[in-house]
Ligand binder design. Structure first.
Ligand SMILES: Cc1cc2nc3c(=O)[nH]c(=O)nc-3n(C[C@H](O)[C@H](O)[C@H](O)COP(=O)(O)OP(=O)(O)OC[C@H]3O[C@@H](n4cnc5c(N)ncnc54)[C@H](O)[C@@H]3O)c2cc1C
Length: 181
């Protein structure tokens, strides 16, 4: 039984920011038995990934229950007792936690943050650059999300990317092939 908190079996993809595409090409992003349609070297958009995952889940012979948030797991007489937000409980011999990290974003306790009067947003809550047009912004981090969001924001706002060390940029393609190849 798969217990999914949201309304669709599409992982966190429906909640990612608007412009997000996979950084892995379609050919390397497909799950076993079902390829992404179309040109295999393209980078599918967030909505296509969500639709793909939903379709994939629909083709599985699995008991998938959406709208079921797990709030607790504790040992019971027959293995584990799984508590749900709706107040019900289930018994299970084994529990696999695959709840991802997206629902629990890490917000570091930055010095002075309590006195900062501007907007502070985690990448998990960022959707699009429009609300920041003309503003001055600092994107903290140097991973994929930070660099993509900073590049997108820089078209609309004055942006600084703050990272601990210089960002080591690498081309997505080497000799015409995606680096995943
Ligand atoms: C910005 C970004 C870009 C990425 N791009 C790529 C890429 O191009 N290629 C690639 O391979 N990977 C990419 N990834 C990584 C990608 O997210 C993972 O590969 C994959 O989607 C993670 O899947 P997951 O099932 O582990 O977690 P998630 O997709 O986060 O799914 C977790 C699920 O658990 C549910 N859940 C959470 N808590 C509970 C609870 N208490 N009870 C019930 N359900 C719960 C959530 O609703 C969610 O549906 C990217 C990630 C990010 C953040």
């Amino acid at each position: 039984m798969v217990l999914e908190a949201s309304g669709a079996a599409a992982g966190s993809w429906p909640r990612h920011y608007d412009s997000l595409t996979l950084f892995s090409p379609a050919r390397y992003s497909s799950l076993p038995g079902m390829s992404f349609s179309g040109y295999p070297d393209r980078y599918p958009h967030r909505d296509e990934v969500a639709a793909y995952l939903t379709a994939y889940a629909a083709g599985l012979d699995a008991d998938i229950r959406t709208g079921r948030r797990v709030t607790g797991v504790r040992r019971g007489s027959a293995g584990f007792e799984v508590e749900l937000a709706n107040g019900s409980a289930l018994a299970a011999r084994a529990v696999v936690a695959a709840s991802g990290t997206f629902g629990h974003p890490h917000r570091p306790a930055l010095v002075g943050l309590d006195r900062f009067t501007g907007t502070v947003l985690h990448a998990a809550d960022y959707r699009r650059p429009a609300p920041f047009t003309g503003q001055r912004g600092v994107v903290v981090g140097a991973g994929n999300s930070a660099v993509q969001i900073a590049a997108e924001l820089a078209k609309e706002a004055r942006v600084t990317l703050a990272s601990r060390a210089p960002v080591k940029f690498a081309g997505q393609k080497i000799a015409g092939r995606d680096l995943h190849f």
